[in-house]
Ligand binder design. Sequence first.
Ligand code: COA
Length: 176
Amino acid sequence: MLRVPELVHHGLYWRSAVTANDVARVRSLVASTGFFNAAEVEVATGLIADRLTKGLRSGYHFILAERGETLVGYACYGPIHGTRNSFELFWIAVAPEEQGRGLGAEVYARAEAAMVEAGATRIYADTSSSERCAGTRDFYQRMGFREGARLPDFYAPGDGKIVFVKAAAAESRLLR
Ligand SMILES: CC(C)(COP(=O)(O)OP(=O)(O)OC[C@H]1O[C@@H](n2cnc3c(N)ncnc32)[C@H](O)[C@@H]1OP(=O)(O)O)[C@@H](O)C(=O)NCCC(=O)NCCS
């Protein structure tokens, strides 16, 4: 089972357990970034709804950071079915008013630690090659990812998919 410690750190309360209230809170956080379209917001919301319905069998795991009553950052990750030790970072978002202060890095670090604890040796994250996603690509690179594959025109003509990959745990030296 994937578990991370629940604790308070720098005024933030961290948890991995999800509750029914989190569906609306994740929807609100993801929408507040202004980064995702309506369909993408529904996909993000669907992952947490799936987790609530199916439990850990859903394969979706979460790191959630709250300040007071407000969800200010979260990540969703899980094992990639059919692989031995490959995991995917499905989603990560930080509230606009909290961005640029290291919270995204901390959310990611906690998600990575949980993935490694669960046996991850490769972590994957997809993003678009569009100009809109330049900041996201910079963020992944700062988190130690490198470009593993590029699929031109994947999302739309002129908008390709970039698959970022990061070696984790004992294999980390092999990829660098
Ligand atoms: C991407 C995101 C999670 C980063 O969160 P954040 O709290 O702003 O990130 P941090 O302050 O922890 O930054 C960590 C590092 O990434 C870099 N970084 C983060 N966002 C960046 C951006 N838009 N452009 C360039 N660099 C960026 C920071 O400069 C920092 O680098 P450093 O280690 O050299 O200081 C946040 O901007 C966000 O929610 N964006 C919208 C949603 C998104 O793109 N999600 C990813 C796709 S699912």
